[in-house]
Design a protein around this ligand. Structure first.
Ligand code: S3P
Length: 192
């Protein structure tokens, strides 16, 4: 799976990154609301928004499910790590990441090393995750077996690692605006 820069993402492109805007990396489990909150947060901050899963699909020319089928989870993780490294270099504003990406130590190091970048864990309860992930059937890790059991296992594995994020915000409930204001307040506190 290649990850060549496209015209609009190339460092040589005329669309230069917004150097003074913060890079905010949203992490958390499937169904935490990373894409929905990410889009609205970017609008609130006046920055760009990019979803790493979308970028992976564009780079590969197929869906995440197809990538899992063709290259296995390991192939997907490799592409995911490379795409997120590129997005961090491009300073794209708010980056919503796939739920497994922050489990990769290199990715966590890349986020920590990106100038001005902050990671934000959107923490959610099991009930919230089950409810939200039941709306669509596009996630390969949830295709086989009981969603609640799989998500519980992923919570056990991942929540200790997500807890390393710079900012932790609860994303249960329907009011995205409250979550966004909380994130904005916490970013301001962190940036001093
Ligand atoms: C995954 C989460 C998905 C996607 C892939 C694997 C995971 O993204 O990257 O299906 O390992 O948790 P979302 O968290 O955006 O659903």
């Amino acid at each position: 799976m290649s990850d060549k820069p496209t015209k609009e993402t190339s460092p040589d492109s005329n669309e230069s990154p917004q150097d003074d805007s913060p890079t905010i990396v949203l992490v958390g489990l499937m169904g935490a609301g990373k894409t929905h909150i990410g889009r609205k947060l970017a609008a609130r901050l006046g920055t760009g928004f990019v979803d790493s899963d979308d970028e992976i699909e564009s780079a590969a020319g197929c869906t995440i499910s197809e990538i899992f089928d063709r290259f296995g989870e390991a192939g997907f993780r490799d592409g995911e790590r490379r795409v997120i490294a590129r997005l961090l270099k491009e300073n794209r504003g708010v980056i919503s990441t796939g739920g497994g990406s922050f489990m990769n130590e290199q990715t966590r190091e890349n986020i920590a090393a990106a100038p001005g970048a902050l990671s934000v864990w959107l923490r959610a309860s099991l009930d919230t995750l089950v409810e939200r992930t039941s709306r669509r059937d596009n996630r390969p890790l949830l295709r086989h077996g009981d969603k609640r059991k799989i998500l519980q296992r992923l919570m056990d594995e991942r929540y200790p690692v997500y807890g390393k994020a710079d900012i932790v915000v609860d994303s249960d409930g329907d009011n995205a605006d409250n979550v966004i204001e909380e994130i904005v307040t916490r970013i301001k506190e962190m940036k001093g």
